[in-house]
Unconditional design. Sequence first.
Length: 367
Amino acid sequence: MVHYSSSYINKITEDCINLYQNIPKNGKPIENEWTVLSCVIEVDKISKNNKIVALGTGSKCIGATKMSPLGNILNDSHAEVIARRGFLLYLYKNILDTINEKSSIFIRENEKFKLKDNIEYLFYSSQMPCGDASIIPKSGEQDDYGDLIINNKRAANIDICEIESKKVKTDIHRTGAKCLTHSNQDPKEPGDKYHLIGQVRTKPGRGDRTLSVSCSDKIARWIHLGIQGALLSLILHEPIYIKCFIFGSRTPFSKDTLHRALIYRDNEDVLERIQIIPEFHNSSIVFPHIRTANSIRPAAGSIIYVNINNGEGSVGGLERWTVDRSNYIVVRINLQYKAPRRRSHLDMSRTDPEPTGLRKPLTRLKD
């Protein structure tokens, strides 16, 4: 198994931030605003070259009443999800290039598409994912912590030194993500008893409750089932896994928490079935638009970047950009490649290869 050095991790982080800074400013934070940055990085193990194939920013999620039955509104605009949407578009484009006998990351094998052996993927995010992976024991430091909820209230008649000592021992960073309505709920007791760990959660949102599960839950699916999703699973030879997750500096970070929330959950024997156990790294490079004491409002806009034009990336807004381009490429693939027919996306999901042990706790929304 490859182990990435801290210098390499920092170089990847710098590349992601440099790309972000060099793309147009539309959708970026303005004064007193913050955002989250996520990127998918493609690594060629032979040439040792790497390139950012997808980038996303954002921290918003729409409520249930604003969802569209036509599927033409993005429900989840968190950076991790936007970057993954861009990555799927990148995969679609490469499948189409393979069909047309152009340069591609895939080869044809038994009427399916196989990722070349020299290609692997890393994932960068400027902070830990919302949800279960954000429930981290505090270590006493007082940094700026993205969208994590930190409660520093204390009674005036209690000695400050005593309270700080107790926080170091028993307190946790909290998440705004909510447990599913039909699941066990957070006890919300003081200190480290506030949250119930290991729960599937929906993302916080202003107004009515969202139906989008947290980024922790989505990333856990990517780790166990592949990042490609059910549709691409029909025509890919095998799932595509992320080999390494990198998180930015000056935000809470815990490898133990990441392993608990993203790999193990409530399945101790999951390591016997998981295909790729990713590395987790904490970069020392700080993303310039993290949440700080002076930047307290989330940026209103989001950015998506996809490297699909012969090395030149395409940048756009979200609403129609990803929907239109993805649909266009999928239709072209369907016309040129005879994929197995299924009646619906749900049918395709049900025909996935035998799922890992984590799939059951991550599909409680269907119960």
